[in-house]
Design a protein around this ligand. Structure first.
Ligand code: PEP
Ligand code: MN
Length: 359
């Protein structure tokens, strides 16, 4: 049994009895050279890595970017496994990739974000994997479409493969700001609701696009109960041939993993169960009150809407919206609420009010 199996398999099994599950995938964005692959693998040994990742074929926006070392990289990866006992994970984007990966007995295969958007591609990969009892990970599609992600997972599940994982790598949306790919946490949460048995893995490297933000996103994912992380690591990140801004050194990766805490789905602790049940009842009561207050607010809006209609006045009033925002912001500050959250909430309430008035 390799150190990986000793180290990781028990903690995966423990998850069934209520301990934190952890699947940790680390390695470079791309396999660049034999030396880089072996050096990274060596530096990652002993850090609790479940799978060593490396891109063999890279989907790049520009044909002038490094597109991966291709088939020869599979040999380097097999060497890394033989030398350091790490299980291997690579992206496959068509049936030929699957065939090559299986020939090299790659341990986990994943479908990348650019492939998940295309049901033809997903089906081709699923067909090539039919009956192969290896873990398969499905990344979210580039666009924020939970249905497309679910559809891809469904195709893979029906191919009767091994354990299926879902990987959240963020979404390409118009107007993104801090992140390379917006996390839109509600989408993976919805996926988890639909597929509670499928372990959810966060890829903070591709969500953030920046080293400095990785810890924040990884921590949030674990707080939400994600079962694993995939983090790009490179011995010399600044000079990486792809995704240089988001890779960590194996040492930084090791320190990060030590600082993070994986969380359990629940606990049998009776005093926890008892106290949480009381607090949840109280929350249910407050939620009912919130809904009543909202219904009152909408009723008042409706009455204003009728008067606007009679007087042929536009439903949206810029000045009024500004004063609502100002008021909400002041109150939020006084009450110690997150202003950004309160403004989002009011924005949704205000839009709904305008719709109601328009009816
Ligand atoms: C990757 O993980 O190497 C990758 C290309 O990611 P994504 O498919 O999420 O862009
Ligand atoms: Mn990458």
């Amino acid at each position: 049994m390799s150190f990986i199996e000793q180290d990781i398999k028990p903690s995966l099994n423990q998850s069934e009895s209520g301990s934190a599950a952890r699947i940790i995938i680390a390695g470079p964005c791309s396999a660049e050279t034999e030396l880089q692959v072996l050096e990274t693998a060596q530096m990652l040994t002993g850090l609790g890595v479940s799978y060593f990742r490396a891109g063999v074929w890279k989907p790049r926006t520009s044909p002038d970017s490094f597109e991966g070392a291709g088939y020869q990289a599979l040999e380097w990866l097999v060497q890394a496994r033989n030398k350091f006992g790490l299980r291997l994970a690579i992206e496959v984007a068509n049936a030929r990739h699957v065939e090559a990966a299986l020939k090299h007995d790659i341990d986990l295969l994943w479908i990348g974000a650019r492939s998940t958007v295309n049901p033809f591609t997903v089906q081709e990969i699923a067909d090539a994997l039919r009956g192969v009892k290896k873990p398969v990970m499905v990344k979210n599609p580039v666009n924020p479409d939970a249905g497309l992600w679910k559809g891809a997972i469904e195709r893979v599940l029906r191919a009767d493969v091994g354990q299926v994982f879902a990987c959240h790598r963020g979404f390409d949306v118009y107007g993104k700001t801090r992140f390379r790919n917006e996390p839109l946490w509600e989408i993976p949460i919805e996926l988890k609701r639909h597929y509670p048995e499928i372990p959810l893995i966060c890829d903070p490297s591709h969500i953030t696009g920046k080293r400095i933000l990785i810890e924040e996103v990884a921590r949030k994912a674990l707080n939400l109960g994600y079962e694993g992380l995939m983090i790009e690591t490179h011995p010399d990140p600044v000079n990486a041939w792809s995704d240089a801004e988001q890779q960590l050194t194996p040492q930084e990766f090791g320190e990060l993993i030590r600082r993070l805490q994986f969380r359990m789905p629940s606990t049998d602790n009776p005093s926890y169960q008892e106290q949480v049940a009381i607090l949840r009842d109280a929350i249910d009561e407050v939620d009912s009150q919130l809904l009543e207050v909202l219904a009152n607010r909408m009723e008042l809006s409706k009455r204003i809407g009728e008067m606007k209609s009679e007087n042929n006045v536009a439903f949206y009033q810029h000045n009024r919206w500004n004063s609502v925002v100002e008021h909400a912001r002041d109150e939020a500050r006084k009450l110690g609420l997150n202003e950004e959250f309160v403004l989002k909430l009011f924005s949704a309430i205000h839009l709904e009010s305008i719709d109601i008035q328009g009816e």
